[in-house]
Design a protein around this ligand. Sequence first.
Ligand code: PLP
Length: 358
Amino acid sequence: RAFNFSPGPAVLPYEVLEQASRDVVNFQGLGMGLIEVSHRSKPFIAVMDEAEALLRELMGIPENYKVLFLQGGASSQFFMVPMNLLGPGKKATYLNTGTWSKKAIKEAKLFGEVDVAYSSEDSKFVRVPAQNEYTVSADSEYLYLVSNNTIYGTAFPEFPVVDTMLISDMSSDILSRQFDVSRFGLIFAGAQKNLGPAGVTVVVIREDLLDRAPATTPTMLNYKTHAEKGSMFNTPPCFAVYVVGLVLKWLKKIGGVPAIEKINREKAAMLYAKIDESGYYRGHAEPASRSLMNVTFNLATPELEAKFIAEATAIGLNGLKGHRSVGGCRASIYNAFPIEGVVKLVEFMRQFELANPA
Ligand code: PLP
């Protein structure tokens, strides 16, 4: 198998792909494929329950939170959050640290007042703010942040300690490191990086927030609808939820979030050490804001980047091209990305540097 450094849609453990491929054809010996079994049947309800239970266990989600499996991608949460929690005369604070927060800000403005308390846009989003670089006004309903900025390769090393409720888009680093869920009112993540295949979005929401949506909120877009029906108000994305369950089982087996965090830190440290070793490669993110999941860098001689990417691809190091909006290179090293791939990339970077002096 190639080493897939692509930022999406998903990098999954091989054993999960194998198991899923068998179950798609014949699930639990039922003579029916997983995606054919009724979503109202006992075997499938067990799949949903198990995925939720595992997520609760691995993330340490407190009792007073609901776990929802929704559709519409993480992008739909950009409007569902303010649609349910803001309204005329209500205000929220947003930290603008990249493309995904910008999109969320645009949507939030449709529903209430938005205070963008910090933006690193002028510096090409090379950093996230320290807490003393912005203020959250006391009348804000929530403080919104993107925990890991997939495109720019930045991440909040720690989450803000504020009186205001936190809301976070954790699409590209959920389950990659330990944190205290109880400091957040709502967390969401498109599954397709650390959780499973595209098609399901996980929302973790504190129960008291379920009653805040205005009466005009469409049924499907109201969190309460899905919370009351156990994410079965309509047909759930059966296959995606099932594979999320398999990924969570795999994560539990290898030691859960503490174990994967250790591996993630090792993988990222190896790459950043290589980038910092000489002036040949240059990291995009400021060191204090560096992501564990998406390592963004340029070659000091940008004309060599296309050659770098082509030669890497030729030896099975795929998906290293940076996002079209920033260029350069990006190595996405999500939970399921094997450490051997990072070792191979670091060795390739060393050889490329020798063979192509700047
Ligand atoms: N938020 C973050 C941090 C992302 O990385 C992405 C996609 O990569 C999205 C949101 C958008 O997710 P979706 O394509 O599920 O709408």
